[in-house]
Ligand binder design. Structure first.
Ligand code: ZN
Length: 163
């Protein structure tokens, strides 16, 4: 005598005369009795698996939503982040904002070579710094420059004046 098969969905007890219905399917409700859970290899009622899938989807939606909120918060605070400090590098005296300015404004940025830096000093609510450097001119020859750079509180180079 076989064990009774009870459907986990509708509790239908499988009858001897229901052999025409595949053994994995409930003759009462037509659903699959069990489904194999891929990661664990365990068998669970098919309806449970569907519920888990829904929970997974909800978790994914929640995660995407959280990330979106985080991005919006970051974007709206971007302009309010602490202002960059303008100072001489403790290794070579260089001033990051001035180097960045030169590298985006020189005719031949790759030819830039820093030679000497003055000390960053407060000036008109911002800063000023002296810098001697070498760079190629339009004719491919190196020219030594001696400039005063004026930097505002936000770290933007506002003016470069030949000295
Ligand atoms: Zn059933």
């Amino acid at each position: 005598m076989n064990e009774q098969t009870v459907c986990p969905h509708c509790q239908h007890v499988r009858e001897e005369n229901e052999q025409q219905v595949p053994s994995w399917q409930c003759p009462g409700c037509g659903r699959k009795y069990y489904e194999k859970d891929a990661p664990s290899g365990l068998l669970y009622p098919a309806s449970w698996k569907a519920e888990w899938r829904n929970t997974d989807e909800k978790n994914k939606v929640a995660l995407v939503f959280t990330l979106a909120i985080a991005l919006v918060v970051l974007a709206t605070n971007w302009g309010r982040l602490p202002t960059p400090s303008v100072h001489n590098s403790q290794w070579d005296g260089s001033v990051y904002q001035v180097e960045a300015y030169l590298k985006s404004n020189l005719r031949d940025p790759d030819s830039y070579q820093g030679i000497a830096w003055g000390k960053v000093t407060p000036k008109d609510g911002g800063y000023s710094v002296y810098h001697r450097y070498r760079a190629k001119n339009g004719f491919g020859g190196y020219v030594v420059h001696e400039d005063m750079f004026f930097i505002d509180q936000q770290g933007n180079v506002r003016k470069a004046v030949q000295r």
